[in-house]
Design a protein around this ligand. Structure first.
Ligand code: CA
Length: 237
């Protein structure tokens, strides 16, 4: 392909509110994305079949079907990133969407800057893991070395238990993206613990405390952000 041929990622935009859909489409096209926009679930399925998008932006409340049915279907067939456009306050719905395999959500009304940050993060995730070739993940002054199983802040070793290390590793592997408590539990403790949400809270608190003690400059203070009722997100540096 010639260098001057710029073809941005293709997005499937599913949103039944005309004004929202048109505004989103304009903005996304202006930023170099190719956008297939549809206003109901059956049109979304038809587009999905005719051209697999690089990512899906999905409103859950559609006139002809529940958006979660689309998540189930898309996820069964592909690992394509799915970003949910969610109504304010619908925590349960958001968690359900994430558990079904959506990658993240933005809550309406959202700013375009936020939408783009989330979209970039889910597209990056699709491109590969967060670690460098040596197995290191960096977030500001923090370095997690997955090969040496070691975390340092400003070059100083932080003593984490194996479980704390694992929780931090999973969160860092999803930097910029939301990790539900259920997903974190299953990743670290396995299926048997999927109802024990309070474990996660305790471990994240311990990790925050240990990082804060090592973090003289205070630059890691908001590294792990709590998404109330849903889970955690490591903010992007
Ligand atoms: Ca809707």
């Amino acid at each position: 392909m010639a260098n001057d041929t710029i073809e941005g990622p293709t997005l499937l935009l599913v949103e039944d509110d005309d004004a929202t859909r048109q505004a989103l489409r304009r903005d996304l096209v202006a930023r170099g994305y190719r956008v297939d926009d549809v206003s109901d679930g059956s049109a979304a399925l038809a587009r999905w079949e005719s051209r697999r998008p690089d990512a899906v932006l999905l409103d859950l409340g559609l006139p002809d079907m529940d958006g979660s049915a689309l998540i189930r279907r898309f996820r069964r067939e592909a690992a394509t990133p799915i970003l949910v456009l969610s109504a304010r306050g619908a925590e349960t719905t958001k968690v359900e969407a994430l558990e079904l395999g959506a990658d993240d959500y933005v809550t309406k009304p959202f700013g375009m800057a936020e939408l783009h940050a989330r979209l970039r993060a889910v597209l990056r995730r699709a491109a590969g893991p967060a670690a460098d070739a040596a197995g290191r993940v960096t977030a500001g002054s923090l370095v997690l070395d997955a090969v040496r199983h070691e975390v340092t802040v400003g070059g100083q070793r932080v003593d984490l238990t194996p479980r704390e290390f694992e929780v931090l590793r999973v969160l860092l592997a999803h930097t910029g993206r939301l990790v539900t408590r259920g997903r974190l539990l299953r990743a670290v403790w396995g299926e048997a613990y999927s109802g024990e949400d309070h474990y996660v809270h305790v471990f994240v608190s311990q990790i925050r405390r240990k990082l804060a003690a090592a973090d003289r400059g205070g630059s890691l203070r908001d590294l792990i952000v709590t998404e109330p009722g849903v889970g955690y997100r490591v903010r992007e540096a």
